[in-house]
Design a protein around this ligand. Structure first.
Ligand code: AMP
Ligand code: MG
Length: 335
């Protein structure tokens, strides 16, 4: 069974009082799209008429994007591509696949959008109350490989070169959806706002107000904060194994899989990425969970627009590492 625990990363209004963040009034709404992921919209200094309009527009757009990216819905654009093996796709699907491949290339396949067969296998086995066998892992691993995913940008055409390959964009699409919601707010004239799409934050602040204080959840204590990051705008995305996992006989297996072994990852407790684009930050957060603390930070340091806060356990100690340029923005919470 795949289980979900909400509130992966908490934000200003959720963990801190809104007044600690801004002198402006904040309007807030939450809905539960994408199979029950909490999606929160916060807009500062906005009329209730504009806010209502924004919420309606964001809900409609999120539903439309879900009908493109969903792995589970038979009628989604992604499901059609997975069935046909080849399709001319929407600009949204094209962009998300392009970002996914960019991150696959820069992480040497730690992030791999073609991980679908392995995700399906783990889901299937967990439903049967067991873990996959060696043979099952080998046969499904053979179907995974981002280099077999071809993109023809000029014609918006995607080809899955191997039979039975499937794309799963669960590790990258939420960041894209969060950015799209922030664009909707901006389009309606909102100058300062926060979107939280299940731990994928999109922030914007065009009024010279104080930066946002973003609470990063303690990866082992759901109601506690590990730290606060002070961020002005862009994407802040956290991936963690505590959020969603396969439950087999009471044992938890992380929902993030290492495409090279087919096994759930386990070294990091959480990875928070700060970048300007949501889909990019989302994919990187998943990738770093696979790469682990050393290789993960090394890859982040080699990329121009990405910073990270990584948390892991060593014996009785909780440890963390942070990109040098993010250090001055970190405030650890009391243990
Ligand atoms: P996230 O919560 O953003 O870290 O994404 C996790 C989801 O991405 C999983 O539920 C799978 O659908 C998918 N996924 C799991 N492992 C990988 C991987 N190594 N590369 C890309 N997507 C993955
Ligand atoms: Mg992700």
């Amino acid at each position: 069974m795949l289980r979900s625990i909400p509130a992966l990363a908490a934000l200003c209004g959720l963990l801190l009082s809104a007044s600690a963040c801004s002198q402006q009034e904040v309007a807030k709404a939450t809905f539960m799209p994408m199979g029950g992921i909490p999606f929160t919209i916060q807009a500062y200094d906005v009329s209730s008429a504009t806010f209502d309009k924004a919420v309606t527009a964001i809900q409609a757009e999120t539903e439309r994007l879900e009908s493109i990216f969903s792995f589970h819905r038979d009628d989604s654009e992604l499901a059609t591509l997975n069935r046909e093996g080849q399709a001319k796709v929407s600009q949204e699907l094209l962009r998300v696949i392009q970002v996914a491949l960019m991150v696959s290339n820069s992480t040497d396949g730690a992030f791999d959008p073609t991980v679908g067969p392995l995700v399906g296998l783990w889901q299937h086995c967990a439903d049967l109350g067991r873990v996959p066998t060696e043979e099952e892992l080998e046969s499904h691993k053979a179907l995974v490989g981002f280099r077999q995913l071809l993109v023809n940008t000029a014609e918006s055409k995607i080809t899955l070169q191997k039979k039975n390959m499937t794309l799963d964009l669960g590790g990258v699409a939420k960041g894209f959806i969060a950015d799209r919601a922030a664009e909707t707010l901006k389009g309606l004239g909102v100058k300062r706002g926060i979107i939280d799409a299940g731990g994928n934050l999109a922030l914007f602040n065009a009024v010279g107000e104080e930066p946002f204080r973003i609470g990063v959840r303690h990866p082992e204590k759901p109601n506690e904060r590990f730290a606060v990051l002070t961020i002005d705008s862009g994407a802040v995305v956290t991936s963690g194994c505590y959020e969603r996992f396969y439950d087999v006989d009471g044992k938890r297996y992380c929902h993030i899989l290492d495409p090279r072994t087919g096994l759930p990852v386990g070294e990091l407790l959480s990875a928070t990425i700060v970048a300007s684009e949501g889909a990019y930050a989302d994919a990187l957060a998943t990738a770093v969970m696979v790469l682990g603390k050393d290789k993960g930070m090394q890859v982040i340091n080699s990329l121009p627009d990405a910073k990270a806060l990584l948390i892991w356990r060593e014996g009785s100690e909780l440890k963390y590492s942070i990109s040098a340029s993010l250090e001055s923005k970190l405030e650890l919470s009391a243990p």
